[in-house]
Design a protein around this ligand. Structure first.
Ligand code: BGC
Length: 762
């Protein structure tokens, strides 16, 4: 087995921190649902755990109490709901309950096998009375059959024969995690669901149907069990849970297996959740478990064939990269009803919300490896365009659309507007991703059917928001990516993304018109020629701040005049500095939470001189805390492009292991999906130096000195190209599709079969 596909942890400490972290790291998900890697047998009463099973896009509303009532401030938010618990399996051997916190744990290993798409937890436990038993639990969130979750529970008595009792629980009595001291998770306990029905069918399947208390959604879950041995079975039906109890005889050295199938259907996707779940569970049981395992492996073979990044020379890093890409696949929504949460489906951080993280950090990976997924992500934005139009009206724009900063169903969920709703750059980010997706895939159909409308509606908002003043077009009182400088004028990043948005809205409009494809759109949203020339004028006059003396782009028009931050102040704890500094103090200083201008330089390198990017990098690097996980990967890419190789590697190394090592100290609340996408960009946009422009794909390949080889595949305009970079040569090989034109170190090449280009120092 290639070790890059096997993430493994050995040993059991029983420490709270480690347990919570591993619940996240070993979660199972498939883009539709996610199950945290909790212990089936549970934990001692006082041990905190976040026991959760979530559905992507399935939410309840909860009140968002505004301390003061102001017009248009959102008063409710959506929360990704913890739906039910089918993880719980309690095993008793000869009247002793298997419990890792009693007796002795002799062996303990957790594995995530990224080729097979399963996790496994295996342990050998010695009971207080000396009985030794080996337990192995393999879990799978099926990619082939999205509602299906399986748990294969194997019990082997090692030094005794006797009776085992297995209690398998299906409970609707669940609630979400909260922590009043952390603004990144829910602050209070809220009941989101009501069990409406629970029953046991004549075949012995359990079914629970629950309803959200406010959002009017329903969910049905069903479980079924298949045992390898004869067993006596009983059922207990409680108010909110159903327990199946199996009693069987164990023989020393023989393994007994129980497979628990869970099916989940929600009312967003299934009009009749009850019967859909029943039908699906029958379909699943109609095939042996091995069939579903094989489907999982086949699906992953296809994924890795497109998306694998293979590094030779740094095994630890190679493994963490595989881990990150696998997590993106587990997290990404597979239909237009959902997207990809900041924490995927691995935990409750940010309450399951979708942010700009998707477009700026994750869409690039899928556009370049599995465009269908990127198209889904962008189609979700199209799906919520009406909500974005409604949001624009609330914010005072008679025309156009303003996307919510954070959301599940399309409505704004930001409680704190300075670093929430004021981040209008979300419009620019979504437009940027629509254009990049188009440039990578050449998918004009998407542009005609969805992209153009997104571009024009978002451009309308910029045009209305901005102001022509003394020869320039200015954008006031907005927040850029850096959340430690809020509600500022002419944030460089925001203005550049808005400019790009306006230019492309006009460009796509003109192309549609020229090709006679404007009809439907014009009918739907009524576009005037004047409006389009207005976009072009605004883009041309867009104010892009530049400080001649420092030769940098100021982050906004007040940033450089602010007080310097005292970076020698002692950290209190591990978290971001906002946890022990009043936000207003941060706003008044030159201190950044994350890449802002540096990100603008990464995506729009032609907008300023090289020296300005170099000076800006140095300037902002000194003033950035990287308190957001979205930051280091961008600094790494820019360091790499500016030829600062050691630094680039340090940033890259940090961000690629961020979750595995829990470097941000909050992985217990979920993985950091944007950073995971960022590490991929670190390779493709950083080390390979790819720039995607209107006139082609431009590479500037290099290889860090720590590696001997880097190999990956990119899907460029429907052609699959394999790129292998070694110490002295870069080889481009056409795997599938039509020949592709690329530029390497500025020279043009046609990839018909294979092209080898010596590496250049730059
Ligand atoms: C960052 C945002 C990001 C959000 C979700 C925040 O800490 O500042 O840029 O969108 O986390 O990942």
């Amino acid at each position: 087995m290639n070790q890059a596909f096997l993430f493994r942890k050995d040993g059991f400490t029983g420490e709270e921190k480690e347990l919570l972290l591993n619940e996240t790291l070993f979660h199972n998900a498939n883009g539709y649902f996610g199950v945290r890697g909790n212990f089936e047998e549970g934990y001692p009463k006082d041990m905190p755990t976040i026991r959760g099973q979530y559905i992507n896009g399935f939410y309840n509303f909860s009140e968002m109490k505004q301390p003061e009532k102001h017009y248009g401030f959102p008063e409710q938010k959506q929360t990704m709901v913890n739906t039910f618990d089918t993880q719980t399996v309690i095993v008793t051997v000869e009247n002793e309950r298997v419990d890792l916190f009693q007796g002795k744990v002799l062996e303990f290993t957790r594995i995530l096998d990224m080729k097979k798409g399963i996790t496994n937890r295996r342990f050998v436990w010695e009971s207080p009375e000396g009985r030794q038993v080996e337990i192995s639990v393999t879990r799978m969130a099926s990619f082939e059959n999205l509602p299906l979750f399986t748990m294969e529970y194997r019990i082997t008595p090692l030094n005794f024969s006797g009776t085992a009792q297995i209690q398998s629980v299906h409970s609707g009595d669940v609630s979400n995690y909260f922590n009043p001291k952390d603004s990144r998770v829910a602050g209070e306990k809220i009941i989101h669901l009501r069990v409406a029905e629970r029953e046991i069918t004549k075949e012995g399947f359990s079914r629970i149907r629950s309803e959200t208390l406010k959002s009017g959604l329903e969910i049905a879950s069903m479980t079924a069990h298949v045992l390898s041995e004869e067993a006596f079975s009983e059922t207990q039906v409680g108010e909110k849970e159903i327990t199946r109890i199996f009693t069987l005889q164990l023989r020393k050295g023989d393994c007994a297996t129980i497979v628990k199938y869970t099916i989940t259907c929600d009312s967003i996707r299934y009009p009749d959740v009850r019967s859909a779940a029943e039908e699906l569970i029958r379909t699943c049981l109609g095939r042996p478990l091995d069939y579903w395992y094989q489907c999982q492996e086949d699906y992953l073979t296809k994924f890795w064939n497109q998306a694998e990044v293979e590094i030779t020379g740094d095994e630890e890093l190679n493994l963490s990269l595989h881990y990150n890409l696998y997590q993106l696949l587990q997290s990404v929504g597979k239909d237009r009803y959902c997207n990809i949460g900041a924490k995927g489906l691995s935990g409750e951080g940010y309450e399951g919300h979708y942010f700009w993280d998707t477009e700026m950090y994750i869409v690039p990976f899928f556009s370049l490896t599995w465009p269908e997924m990127a198209r889904n992500l962008l189609s979700y934005r199209y799906q919520i365009l009406d909500r974005a139009r409604a949001n624009a009206r609330v914010m005072g724009y008679p025309k156009g659309a303003l996307y919510p900063w954070r959301t599940i169903n399309g409505d704004e969920c930001s409680g704190y507007y300075p670093s929430g709703s004021a981040q209008y750059h979300i419009n620019g980010d979504i437009s940027y991703a629509v254009v990049q997706y188009y440039l990578i895939t050449n998918d004009w159909d998407f542009m005609v059917s969805k992209g153009a409308e997104i571009l024009i509606e978002t451009a309308r908002m910029w045009y209305d928001l901005g102001n022509f003043y003394q020869g320039s077009f200015q954008l006031h009182d907005l927040t850029g990516p850096d959340e430690y400088s809020c509600v500022v004028n002419n944030n460089y990043y925001t203005n550049l993304t808005a400019k790009h948005n306006l230019i492309w809205a006009a460009k796509v409009y003109r192309k549609l018109k020229e090709q006679g494809q404007l009809g439907l759109l014009e009918e739907k949203i009524g576009i005037e020629e004047d409006e389009i020339s207005g976009f072009e004028q605004a883009a041309e006059d867009m104010l892009l701040l530049y400080d001649e003396k420092l030769d940098i782009n100021p982050q906004d028009d007040s940033f450089l005049s602010k007080k310097e931050w005292d970076f020698s102040q002692k950290a209190r704890g591990n978290g971001p500095i906002m946890q022990w500094n009043h936000l207003y103090r941060l706003y008044r200083h030159q201190v950044c939470k994350q890449a802002d201008t540096v990100l603008a330089h990464m995506i729009f390198e032609d907008a300023q001189k090289l020296s300005t990017m170099e000076h800006s990098f140095d300037y902002y690097e000194k003033r950035t805390t990287h308190d957001s996980s979205l930051s280091r990967c961008i600094f790494g890419i820019m360091a790499s492009r500016l030829g600062r190789k050691e630094k680039a590697y340090e940033y890259f190394d940090f961000s690629s292991k961020l979750d595995i090592l829990d470097s941000q100290h909050n992985t217990k609340d979920g993985i950091h999906t944007a950073n995971m996408g960022g590490t991929y960009m670190g390779i493709v946009y950083g080390f390979l130096g790819l720039r995607i422009k209107e006139n082609g794909f431009f590479f500037m390949p290099s290889i860090p000195k720590q590696w001997t080889c880097c190999r990956l595949r990119l899907e460029l305009r429907e052609s699959l190209v394999e790129i292998t970079v070694t110490k002295d040569v870069c080889c481009f090989r056409l795997i599938q599709g039509m020949p592709v034109t690329i530029f390497v170190y500025g020279r043009e090449y046609q990839i018909k079969t294979e092209v080898k280009i010596p590496l250049e120092e730059w």
